[in-house]
Design a protein around this ligand. Structure first.
Ligand code: SME
Length: 156
């Protein structure tokens, strides 16, 4: 059973990251806050963009061990990165090229993360064991969550 994502999570994040700009610390606490607060999710975390290899590498997360490298354009995360658009996927098994890191995942939302100066930071990935877990309203809250997070990150 899943609940609508409470918009107050964005204010909780803002308070949690108050006066801290360290990238790893903030991504770690953001992933923990998502895992502790959201219902019906099995993986919450980040993949970071590596310009030199033009791919994503596993960042701070909560959940099962996961794939370390994801190519730009591959899977849901790589598609969010390549297109710079939020991916809300109701059934990952219908998504061409989906990367099944955790076989428990059935739906997900991936939000691309870009710093104010245009630097691509990577993506935020939230997975659920339920089909169609995330509504349009949930997506909007997660996008706002990402905006608040980026506000607290100085530079890569
Ligand atoms: N679902 C992602 C892969 C990462 S894991 O699920 C943690 C994708 O297809 O991009």
């Amino acid at each position: 059973m899943s609940d609508a994502i409470n918009p107050l999570i964005t204010e909780q994040l803002d308070a949690l990251l108050y006066e801290e700009t360290n990238l790893v610390a903030n991504l770690a606490n953001a992933s923990a806050l998502l895992m502790q607060t959201l219902t019906d999710v099995n993986w919450t975390g980040f993949y970071l963009y590596q310009k030199a290899s033009d791919d994503l590498i596993l960042g701070p997360f909560q959940g099962n061990v996961a794939c370390v490298h994801i190519e730009n354009g591959s899977g849901v995360c790589g598609t969010a990165l390549a297109t710079q658009t939020v991916q809300r996927v109701p059934d990952v098994h219908q998504f061409a090229g989906h990367i099944a890191c955790d076989s428990a995942s059935n739906s997900e939302v991936v939000v691309p993360l870009t710093l104010a100066d245009g630097t691509q930071l990577g993506v935020m990935d939230i997975d659920s064991p339920s089909l169609d877990r995330f509504t349009v309203a949930d997506q909007a809250v997660l996008e706002e969550f990402a905006r608040v997070l980026l506000k607290h990150i100085d530079k890569v």
